[in-house]
Every structure is written in structure tokens, then in C-alpha cells.
Design a binder for this molecule. Structure first.
Ligand SMILES: NC(=O)c1ccc[n+]([C@@H]2O[C@H](COP(=O)([O-])OP(=O)(O)OC[C@H]3O[C@@H](n4cnc5c(N)ncnc54)[C@H](OP(=O)(O)O)[C@@H]3O)[C@@H](O)[C@H]2O)c1
Length: 185
């Protein structure tokens, strides 16, 4: 069982533009050609911050042509606000310290992996407590200049450990890293 931050990013390190738009991402490649289908099969629980969740509410379940909530797995949403539950989704709203939520996610995942969907600071909160094992980044062949950061933490010594690199057409380089173990605090 691993806790994995799996995301797409621009070449200059942003997972969304300054307006939370992902319009730059979708033309870059077909998700079926990426590692995502194999990755998601091994995920037992998800965590996301409220901006990511609200993006899903706007662009998926609340879109002009609504689509069902895409995850069967229970999803922990971090927010200090009261937000609506997505229809058909198993959503657990939490706030504050990520450690109790992580414990609950690991239990719910029952041996499968825990996916930190984003954003970057939420992934950083798991890293801060020594709970993040792996980082998968689909580095898109675009630069955004500004936006929501991939992982706003300084991780230098020891550095991350590069496990693999794979090209997905001309649109993505998929990078897989292991995070250095950080003592829990
Ligand atoms: N490129 C990709 O593959 C990819 C992947 C994931 C996300 N995204 C996009 O990237 C953007 C990420 O936005 P973001 O960086 O703002 O991050 P986010 O994690 O989605 O949302 C941040 C918000 O979550 C809440 N939050 C975070 N930690 C919390 C905690 N411990 N306790 C309580 N609440 C907490 C806070 O809001 P409140 O308390 O005000 O609710 C915080 O402002 C979104 O647009 C998303 O759609 C892209």
C-alpha cells in the first residue's frame, strides 16, 4: 500500500492556471494512452482539496451535459466550508490535520493505494507528516507562466528518487518518483 500524489502539470510546474482552468491539459493527449488506467485500478481511497472538488462539481457532475461522479472509491474532501455532496459519490468532508484522515483512508483502501489528487499544498501537508510515498507527474508540453503549484515544498536533501520516465506521444513525459522518507512530526 502506497500513498501516491498522481497529477498532470505544465512544464513550469503548475497543475491548473490562475483561474483553475485545465483547458490547456486535455488537448495534450488521450488518457487511455497514459499510466492512468493501470494506476486507478490500484487506488482504494482518494483525497482532494476543495478547489479540486469544486472543479469536479462544475465540470463533471454539474456540467451542461452532466457526467456521473467518476470514482467508486471513497473520497476525502478537505475544506473549512460546507459544500454539497456530489450525487452518487461517497464523500467524507474533513478539515485540519491530515493524519487522522490518512489513517481512515488507509483503512478504507484495504491494502490498495491512497491517491492524493491535489492540489499541491494538500499533497505537501501529507509530505510534511511523512505520509507521502510516491509522486507521479504527467508533465505536459506547455508552459503557463503562473497558476496553482505542483508541490510548494522544498525537498532537496535528500532529493526525490527518479524511478521511471516514459514519453506519451509528444504531449507528456510521465515521471515517477519516490519521496524521501521524512520523519513524522
Ligand atoms: N492537473 C491536474 O491533473 C490536476 C489535479 C488536481 C487538481 N487540479 C486542479 O488544480 C487546482 C488545485 O487548486 P488548489 O491548489 O487551490 O488546491 P486544492 O487542494 O484543490 O484546494 C485548496 C483548498 O482546500 C482547502 N483545504 C486544503 N487543505 C485543507 C485542510 N487541511 N483543512 C481544511 N481545508 C483544507 C482550503 O479551502 P477551503 O477551506 O476554503 O475550502 C484550500 O484553500 C484546481 O483547479 C484543480 O481542479 C489539477
Amino acid at each position: 500500500m502506497k500513498t501516491q500524489y498522481y497529477t498532470a502539470s505544465s512544464l513550469d510546474g503548475f497543475i491548473a492556471d490562475s483561474h483553475d482552468s485545465l483547458e490547456w491539459l486535455f488537448p495534450l493527449g488521450n488518457v487511455a494512452d497514459t499510466s492512468y488506467p493501470a494506476f486507478i485500478r490500484e487506488v482504494g481511497a482518494l483525497a482532494m482539496g476543495s478547489a479540486t472538488y469544486e472543479w469536479m462539481l462544475r465540470h463533471v457532475v454539474g456540467a451542461k451535459q452532466p457526467q456521473p461522479w467518476p470514482y467508486q472509491q471513497p473520497t476525502w474532501v478537505f475544506t473549512t466550508r460546507t459544500l454539497p455532496s456530489a450525487p452518487g459519490a461517497d464523500i467524507r468532508f474533513v478539515r485540519g490535520d491530515v493524519r487522522p484522515a490518512h489513517q481512515a483512508m488507509v483503512a478504507a483502501a484495504a491494502g490498495k493505494n491512497v491517491w492524493i489528487v491535489g492540489g499541491g499544498d494538500l499533497a505537501g501537508q501529507f509530505y510534511d507528516h511523512g505520509l507521502l510515498d510516491e509522486l507521479f507527474v504527467q508533465v505536459g508540453s506547455v508552459t503557463l507562466g503562473a497558476g496553482k503549484p505542483l508541490l510548494p515544498r522544498a525537498i532537496t536533501s535528500p532529493p526525490l528518487r527518479l524511478v521511471s520516465v516514459r514519453a506519451v506521444g509528444t504531449g507528456f513525459a510521465e515521471l515517477h518518483y519516490e519521496l524521501p522518507r521524512r520523519p513524522s512530526k
